[in-house]
Design a protein around this ligand. Structure first.
Ligand SMILES: *Cc1c(COP(=O)(O)O)cnc(C)c1O
Length: 461
């Protein structure tokens, strides 16, 4: 029997029944799980997967329908579901149905974004969408540009690489509130270890940054954060941009989390100063409701991307480029590359800037509401008002060990997924609200659950 391919004019008819199988398995998996996370912890989940899987490489296959039902089913049953209001640990968003549907088309068509002859229309679409995103970040630049990446990590890595290629010997100056991918990228790129500036108040202090820039003396790349991973805090971008200018330092803003505030008329002002950055990381698989991967690196001027120029005769021969075929190799360090732009483009068109901005406002409102509930709660302590949509809190008076244990108990029972963050010398429970469908009632239920779990831990069973 010839293999059933997804493409061609008959592809959609071959896919349709399989998609039905997938949707059935997703529904059955969610029903079997009954909550945000499978109960029982890592051992129980691994046993269940081994039981359904049997041989991972059987001698003879079971057929597409059976394989999809079995394995999509077991992964769905054992999923952490960010669409559940009590799944709020990480910057792990519930993807929009429209974006997921677009991703199916991306897989079926399989355009590869390393040469025009593998992705003619997707290439043109990517050029338009990246231009629009670049304009959103740098509205007053002459020729802003943006690359599609696999996420914040790759965007930060590229930002450091571009800085290193422009100013050999450049040293990164970054806040202690910055993402771990910043020092890791410096390590990967053979750059000196970053100068880490303490952030006792959660954000970079421009005076401390000036001191760090003055002490080093050499070329510097200042990395600021707009929406820190642990608490969502936004560094004071206008003052940091001024400090960078004074010392001739290049400025990168990691806005993987907070960058999407730009979509909202109400919240965008909190990113004032962002447009002064040379490079900016955005991550639409966080506050953009895309399935992974959907990263962006925006640059103030297209010329900043020149260090990525690269030739491989089979993909972008000089005479093909001269004849007008787009040269894609300079738009990524990857070669084969998924058309992640398709789901992004579908989302931007389906919702518009206002629609996306509205979702951003909703999750910011939910976080403020959760902070109010914690603040009024007799047994809980709130760390600070949320800057974006992250709320740090803890049972008043508890030891760090108990805070950590509450989180693990909730996870093991599959009742709620909360994150943890260290701030002000203590351990906090972290609720990262990315689900616009979460209701105030869900948030009350979350706090009730945390307090009940706390009680269970303090009374011997
Ligand atoms: C999530 C995050 C990253 C990393 O993004 P990935 O998409 O996970 O690679 C980088 N910086 C910040 C501030 C983040 O929150």
């Amino acid at each position: 029997m010839p293999p059933h391919l997804a493409g061609g004019s008959e592809g959609p008819d071959r896919l349709r029944p399989l998609v039905e199988d997938v949707l059935g398995a997703l529904a059955a998996g969610a029903a079997a799980r009954k909550g945000p996370l499978p109960a029982g912890g890592p051992g129980a989940v691994a046993r269940r997967v081994r039981e359904v899987l049997g041989e991972a490489l059987p001698e003879d296959g079971t057929g597409a329908a059976e394989a999809l039902r079995a394995l999509v089913g077991v992964v769905a049953e054992g999923a952490a579901d960010p669409a559940d209001p009590l799944c709020a640990a990480h910057l792990h968003c519930p993807p929009l149905a429209a974006a997921v549907a677009a991703d199916l088309a991306a897989s079926a068509l399989n355009p590869s974004m390393d040469s025009w002859d593998q992705a003619p229309a997707a290439t043109a679409l990517e050029a338009e969408v990246t231009r629009a995103l670049a304009r959103l970040v740098h509205p007053d630049a002459a020729e802003p540009d943006a690359l599609i990446t696999t996420g914040g990590t790759e965007s930060n890595q590229l930002a450091l690489l571009l800085a290193r290629e422009t100013a050999p010997g450049v040293r990164v100056v970054a806040g202690a509130n910055g993402h771990h991918s910043v020092p890791r990228s410096a390590w990967l790129l053979g750059m000196p270890a970053p100068v880490v500036v303490d952030t006792p108040g959660g954000v970079l202090d421009p005076e401390r940054v000036r001191d760090a820039l003055a002490a080093d003396g050499g070329p510097a790349l200042l990395v600021a954060t707009a929406g820190s991973t642990d608490s969502g805090d936004i560094d004071p971008l206008p003052e940091l941009a001024r400090a960078a200018r004074e010392y001739g330092a290049r400025l990168h803003v990691d806005a993987a989390y907070g960058g999407s505030l730009l979509f909202s008329d109400r919240e965008a002002a909190r990113l004032t100063g962002l447009r002064e950055a040379d490079t900016v990381t955005l991550d639409l698989h966080k506050l953009g409701w895309q399935p992974v991967a959907a990263g962006v690196l925006a640059v103030r001027e297209a010329a900043l991307l020149r260090p990525l120029d690269h030739r491989a005769d089979y993909l972008n021969a000089a005479d093909d480029t001269e004849a007008g075929f787009p040269d894609l190799l300079g738009r990524s360090l990857r070669t084969s590359r998924r058309p992640d732009v398709l789901k992004i483009a579908v989302t931007l068109r389906a919702l518009g800037r206002r629609g996306l901005g509205g979702l951003v406002e909703t999750v910011c409102d939910r976080a403020r509401h959760l902070a109010d509930l914690v603040d009024r709660h007799p047994a809980l302590t709130l760390r600070a008002r949320p800057a974006v949509s992250t709320v740090l809190f803890r049972p008043t008076g508890d030891a760090d060990e108990e805070v950590a244990a509450i989180r693990r108990r909730l996870m093991l029972d599959g009742r709620a997924v909360l994150g943890r963050a260290r701030a002000d010398g203590r351990l906090w429970l972290k609720a990262t609200l990315l689900n616009p469908a979460t209701t105030p009632t869900d948030l009350e239920a979350l706090l009730t659950l945390v307090c009940a779990t706390h009680q269970e831990g303090s009374t011997p069973r």
